[in-house]
Write a protein that binds this ligand. Structure first.
Ligand code: MRU
Length: 363
C-alpha cells in the first residue's frame, strides 16, 4: 500500500539484513514513523505495546522475531525461549501461536548452522503468503460489494470496526481488502469507521488508511452503529477476526458483538474477513475456549491526541479515583454472522461451511 505515494508493507526485513523494520502504529495518524527491532525482546515489546498489531501482522512480526533470535544464537535453548517469550506477548490472536509453532517445527530438526537463513526465509514466506491470502479475500469480498451496488445502484455504505486494513496485516488488509478492490474497480463506497475505544484503531488507523487510498468515510463513535443501521444507512458490516472457532464463533476487537447484534436486529448482512491462519479449528465454543486479553485500565482512563498547536499530549478522561476495566476483545456467536470471506471463497458461518473450505484442518 502507498503512504504519500511510496509503497510500504507494515513490517519488513531491514536492508542491514540483521534487523526488522515496522511502521510504528502508536504514532499514527499524526506522525509516520518507522521503528527498528533488533532482538526478540524488542519484538515482544512492540507486539505487547501495539507498535504492531492486528492478528496477521502479529504473526508475521513474531516470525521475524524468531529469525532475529536464530540470527543471534541458533541454539535449542534460544529457539524454545524465543517461542515462549513471543507467545506471551498477546494471548488472543491465534496467528501468533500459528506463526511461532510453524517456525519452531521447521527449525527444530535443522542443524544449528542452517537455522538463521532458514528462519529469515520462512518469515519472508509467511509475509508473502499473508499478502496472497489478503489479495484473494479482497477479490472474493469485492464481488459481494459489487453485487450490493448493482442491486441498489447507489453508494454502498459499509460499517467496519477496529482496523482490519493493511496496517493489521503485511499488506492489503482483510476486511478492508474487499473495499479497496471494489473501490479500485469503480464501485462507489462510503465507510462508517467506528472509532474503537479505547485505543482508537478505527479513528487513528482505519480512517488514515482509507484517506490514503481516497475512500470516502466518516468516523463515528462506537455507539452510533445501531442508530445508523435503524436509519437504513448501513448496507453491510464487514469486520476482521483475531480467532474464529471451528463452529464459526468470531473473536474480534471488543464492540464487534454489539455491532453484530444490531445488524441482526436490522436484517443487515454481517460478514467476517477470515484468513486461514486465523481459523482455530481446535476450538469450538468461542466463549469457553478463547482467552480474552485484559489490557491496562490506563488505556480507558486516558486519551492521546494532537492539540491544535500540533503538540501530541495524553489527557485523562476518567476521575483519578475510578478504576477501569479493559477487555480488548469479545466473541460474536456464529448465529449472528452471515458469512466468512476467506481466501478460498465465501462460506456460511458454521462448521459445515468452514470444513468445506478447510477440510485439512478437520483431519
Ligand atoms: O488489538 P488489535 O488492534 O491487535 O486488534 C485487532 C483486531 O481486532 C482486528 O480486527 C483483527 O486483528 C483482524 S486484523 C486483519
Amino acid at each position: 500500500m502507498k503512504v504519500n505515494g511510496t509503497a510500504y508493507r507494515s513490517v519488513w526485513r531491514a536492508t542491514d539484513k540483521s534487523s526488522v523494520e515496522a511502521i510504528d502504529q502508536t504514532c499514527l495518524p499524526h506522525e509516520f514513523r518507522v521503528v527498528r527491532l533488533k532482538s526478540i525482546e524488542e519484538v515482544a515489546r512492540a507486539i505487547q505495546s501495539m507498535v504492531v498489531r492486528g492478528a496477521p501482522l502479529i504473526g508475521a512480526t513474531a516470525a521475524y522475531g524468531m529469525a532475529l533470535a536464530m540470527h543471534a544464537d541458533p541454539s535449542d535453548t534460544q529457539l524454545q525461549q524465543a517461542h515462549d517469550v513471543l507467545l506471551a506477548a498477546r494471548p488472543t490472536a491465534v496467528n501468533l501461536r500459528w506463526a511461532l509453532d510453524r517456525m519452531r517445527a521447521l527449525l527444530a530438526p535443522l542443524p544449528h548452522s542452517a537455522r538463521s537463513d532458514t528462519a529469515w526465509f520462512e518469515a519472508e514466506t509467511i509475509c508473502e503468503e499473508d499478502i496472497a491470502i489478503n489479495r484473494a479475500i479482497g477479490k472474493h469480498g469485492s464481488l459481494l460489494i459489487r453485487e450490493l451496488w448493482e442491486k441498489k445502484s447507489s453508494t454502498v455504505n459499509i460499517l467496519t470496526h477496529c482496523n482490519a486494513g493493511w496496517l493489521a496485516t503485511v499488506d492489503y488488509g482483510t476486511a478492508l481488502a474487499p473495499i479497496y478492490l471494489a473501490f479500485d474497480g469503480g464501485v462507489p463506497i462510503h465507510v462508517w469507521v467506528d472509532e474503537t475505544r479505547p485505543r482508537n484503531q478505527g479513528a487513528a488507523l482505519t480512517a488514515w488508511e482509507l484517506g490514503q487510498h481516497g475512500v470516502e468515510h466518516h468516523v463515528v463513535v462506537d455507539s452510533a452503529g445501531g442508530h445508523l443501521m435503524q436509519r437504513g444507512l448501513v448496507d453491510l458490516v464487514l469486520v476482521g477476526t483475531d480467532r474464529t472457532t471451528a463452529r464459526g464463533d468470531v473473536c474480534n476487537k471488543v464492540g464487534t458483538y454489539l455491532k453484530a447484534l444490531a445488524a441482526n436486529d436490522n436484517g443487515i448482512p454481517f460478514y467476517v474477513a477470515l484468513p486461514g491462519p486465523t481459523l482455530d479449528a481446535k476450538s469450538a465454543d468461542g466463549l469457553r475456549d478463547i482467552p480474552i486479553e485484559i489490557r491496562d485500565g490506563g488505556e480507558v482512563a486516558k486519551l492521546r491526541g494532537r492539540t491544535d498547536a500540533g503538540e501530541i499530549i495524553t489527557v485523562a478522561v476518567v476521575p483519578q479515583t475510578s478504576p477501569c476495566f479493559n477487555p480488548a476483545f469479545d466473541v460474536t456467536p456464529a448465529r449472528l454472522v452471515t458469512g466468512f470471506i476467506t481466501e478460498r471463497g465465501i462460506c456460511a458461518a458454521g462448521v459445515d461451511g468452514l470444513r468445506g473450505l478447510y477440510p485439512e484442518l478437520w483431519r
